[in-house]
Design a protein around this ligand. Structure first.
Ligand SMILES: O=C(O)CCC(=O)C(=O)O
Length: 281
């Protein structure tokens, strides 16, 4: 299977309605260029600021989420698959960092709640996502019109076991909506995308918001959304400004790579193994 994927590295504003209509127009542009899969960034509907996230939270289960309604309409209108970045989701009195995957019929095919929350303490910079969000409780891999896709949100990329699990369950592609910042982005964002792709011989697509240098944000975004192939090759990428990165995915090269270098067969299951405790969502 061969198709175009678009990573919408959008500039996020403080006004939700504007973000929703802006994302809609980026999706339209990507679909008009022939993209069959469109990926949005982590927290595209509102600024990634712990001070205001709660005010922007949406109830996805009650079907009253303006962000997901827009994605559903867009997916159905253009007959594409959308990995809908993430939005703050409220559910049962808790807040989650949640990604919905929508099929070309506009239905939600999967919902991933960020599993690994980003708590960091560096000199002069600390960040505690777990003060605001609750933890997701399972991996998410979904069969779509454009292959079997595993989902991780940002910090989820740091934990190789999650990607290995997706590979074991047959993933062709892992999508990571993310929003790496200036302190870890430069050194690690691309490195980890390439590592997850190489470890598991699959495609990795990572989509960030654009950096807004003018905003007085407590979180400066690194950007650099990219599509990486199974040899760790960068197929398409960008800098930190708003951009729609379009790349070609050809799943037939997965088989070639896996035959050339049969890592799965070479693994020493007699010495080490990943234990899957999840229920198989
Ligand atoms: O793991 C990191 O360095 C950054 C993670 C992050 O920015 C996030 O999860 O939002």
């Amino acid at each position: 299977m061969q198709f175009k994927i678009a990573l919408c590295q959008m500039l996020v504003s403080p006004i939700k309605e504007n973000n929703i209509s802006h994302a809609r127009s980026l999706i339209r542009g990507a679909a008009e260029k022939g993209s069959k899969l469109v990926v949005l960034p982590e927290m595209w509907c509102c600024p990634y600021s712990m001070k205001t996230l709660r005010d922007h939270a949406e109830d996805i289960e009650a079907k009253s989420s303006p962000s997901i309604s827009m994605l559903s309409e867009a997916a159905a209108y253009h007959k594409i698959t959308i990995v809908g970045g993430s939005i703050p989701e409220k559910s049962g009195g808790k807040l989650f960092n949640t990604c919905c995957v929508l099929g070309p019929d506009g239905e939600i095919k999967a919902k991933h709640r960020k599993l690994h929350l980003f708590d960091m303490d560096l000199p002069g910079e600390s960040f505690r996502e777990s003060d605001t969000f609750a933890y997701g409780d399972g991996p998410t891999i979904v069969d779509t019109e454009v292959g079997k896709i595993g989902i991780g949100i940002c910090h989820d990329i740091r934990f190789p076991e999650l990607s290995i699990l997706y590979r074991l369950r047959g993933a062709h592609l892992i999508c990571f909506p993310g929003a790496f910042n200036m302190s870890t982005g430069e050194l690690l964002w691309e490195l980890m995308q390439r590592s997850r792709a190489v470890d598991n011989q699959l495609f990795v697509a990572a989509c960030s918001p654009a950096r807004d240098p003018d905003v007085n944000s407590d979180y400066m975004i690194w950007g650099h959304s990219s599509l990486v192939g199974p040899f760790g090759e960068i197929i398409a990428t960008t800098g930190h400004e708003e951009d729609v990165v379009i790349g070609e995915i050809d799943y037939s090269i997965l088989q070639t790579r896996r035959e050339n270098l049969p890592l799965e067969k070479q693994k020493r299951g007699d010495i080490y193994q990943l234990i899957d405790h999840s229920s198989g969502k």
